[in-house]
Design a protein around this ligand. Structure first.
Ligand code: SAH
Length: 497
């Protein structure tokens, strides 16, 4: 049985990794990866896995191939489970064969986990089928790396092939490739395209003809990595393009939520073709754990429990679990929530909320409960430390309320210089805010004259309080979600395209 894997990471989008590849990464004690492998795949590794970046960016080799081969062999010899993660497929211009040979020479068994190569997958994401009935009955994958002196004869041969030609590693040599093929007799009018960073949010496709492509690519600032494709199949793009038609394709969107809560929004942005950029402005910390556990011990006394955030739900159930209890401890108490996200978080614990107002603010919940609550009800509200007093103050006039501040949000502390630079250059399309505290901290982070440092990015707010906070600081709300949820924010983003 082998414990060394040469794994194809797929051509860009992280979900294009195979299941077998994911399983191998999860087992790895050492993960050796290149720049073309999507870095988010590293998150499948188990804790303590050693991750070694060996570069391979065009023109910027971090480690020589012989040294990479040796590294793989050494780690395997040391008894580690080694995953060598490579962009696309390991055997398509990936030098995976050489790594396999080095392992074989050292007597080490290994497995190859094929990956979706950019040759096929990358072109598909640009709407170009690598073959098509009646149009291309073969395809040819060629390195574009070599210099003209050594391969001018080859171009004569390539020019006579009837199928689709795909050049990898060819952007720096595109002029020679296009002129070489024309000299070899290929028609200057042949449809041709370049695809940069295929299947990533940075994907860019430039279409032209063999005669114009080198110029078109340069004019559009196309850099490596890119695929050069020549053949009639390029014309199928109009009908078959799907990725570039996604509603948020090409958009860069800053997510300011706490890191622990941003995954749902980030995932949806990426499904919609956008690129999300994390700029977590808050961190949540549980507080008053003892008070919470004391109230949990007395839970049977309460007739209502009100949750106002996902965080509150998570911390409450964590405390419940630590007390050796589960959802049944809530007994006959009615459960009210503010926010769909809160309701969903409760559902994960098997509880359907009894009351959820249409509008996700305290006022709406008070309206809903004021005629239902009786003076002998007892209400427990575990919630954020900096929540507005309105809900508690108003409900107290009807029935006794115990409020426990179970978490506080503090300003997250990190190096935001890269995001700030993107903002300053006008590269960011939207900034999303899902709470007033993220706004406060964002403004503090940006310093004076924040509006002038946003490079025209549009501010999207989750609801009225967040919008008010944005405006209080002299910033401009571009749009506010109709439904005060993360889905509401996504609807605004989709609707703006
Ligand atoms: N093993 C890889 C290819 C490695 S060679 C595969 O199967 O895809 C590196 C070249 O692949 C790059 O120079 C570029 O031409 C191409 N390439 C890889 N991923 C790409 C992507 N997402 N978009 C465009 N070209 C890509």
């Amino acid at each position: 049985m082998s414990n060394v894997y040469l794994v194809g990471a797929g051509c860009g989008e992280p979900d294009l990794l195979t299941i077998k590849g994911q399983k191998a990464i999860a087992k790895a004690g050492v993960l050796i990866y290149d720049w073309l492998a999507n870095p988010s795949l590293l998150s499948y590794a188990k804790e303590g896995c050693e991750k070694i970046y060996v570069g391979k960016q065009a023109g910027k080799h971090t480690m020589r191939q012989e040294d990479i081969n040796q590294l793989i062999v050494d780690k395997a010899m040391a008894g580690k489970t080694v995953v060598r993660l490579k962009g696309g497929d390991p055997y398509v211009f990936g030098r995976g064969g050489e790594e396999g040979e080095a392992l074989a020479a050292a007597g080490i068994a290994f497995e190859v986990v094929p990956g979706i190569t950019s040759v096929i997958g990358g072109l598909a994401y640009a709407g170009i089928p690598v073959t098509h009935r009646g149009m291309a009955t073969s395809f040819h994958v060629i390195t574009g790396h070599r210099q003209p002196s050594s391969d001018s004869l080859d171009y004569d041969i390539y020019a006579k092939l009837k199928g689709t030609l795909v050049f990898l590693m060819g952007i720096g040599n595109i002029e020679n490739i296009c002129s070489g093929l024309q000299k070899g007799g290929m028609d200057a009018d042949a449809p041709a395209a370049v695809v940069h960073r295929a299947s990533s949010p940075m994907q860019r496709t430039v279409v032209g003809t063999l005669g114009t492509l080198a110029h078109d690519a340069a004019e559009n600032g196309i850099t490596a990595p890119g695929l050069i494709v020549i053949g009639d199949v390029v014309t199928k793009r109009d009908a078959l393009s799907f990725f570039e038609k996604k509603p948020l394709f090409g958009k860069k969107i800053i997510v300011t939520r706490a890191r622990a809560q941003s995954s749902q929004l980030m995932e949806r942005i990426s499904e919609l073709g956008g690129q999300s950029i994390e700029m977590p402005m808050i961190e949540t910390r549980p507080i008053q754990a003892e008070r919470l556990s004391a109230e949990i011990a007395r839970l049977a006394n309460y007739t209502y429990v009100i949750f106002t955030s996902e965080n509150g739900v998570d911390i409450f159930f964590d405390a419940l679990r630590k007390a050796g209890k589960d959802a049944r401890a809530l007994g006959k108490a009615k459960i009210a929530v503010i926010g769909k996200g809160t309701a969903k978080a409760l559902e994960a614990h098997g509880i359907a909320a009894d009351y959820m107002p249409w509008e996700f603010v305290g006022e709406a919940l008070v309206d809903m409960l004021k005629n239902i609550l009786k003076p002998d009800d007892k209400i427990l509200i575990p919630r954020a430390g900096n929540a507005r007093p309105y809900l508690v103050d108003t409900l107290k006039k009807i029935a006794p309320v115990t409020e426990i501040k179970i978490y506080e949000t503090v300003r997250a502390d990190a190096d935001y210089s890269a995001v700030k630079a993107m903002l300053a250059c006008g590269e960011i399309d939207y900034i999303t805010f899902a709470s007033s505290s993220t706004v406060e901290n964002f403004v503090a982070e940006m310093g004076e004259k924040a509006q002038s440092k946003l490079g025209g990015a549009k501010l999207i707010s989750i609801g009225p309080q967040t919008s008010q906070k944005i405006e209080e600081h002299g910033l401009c709300v571009y749009a506010q979600a109709n439904e005060y949820t993360i889905d509401g924010i996504l609807e605004v983003l989709k609707g703006d395209q």
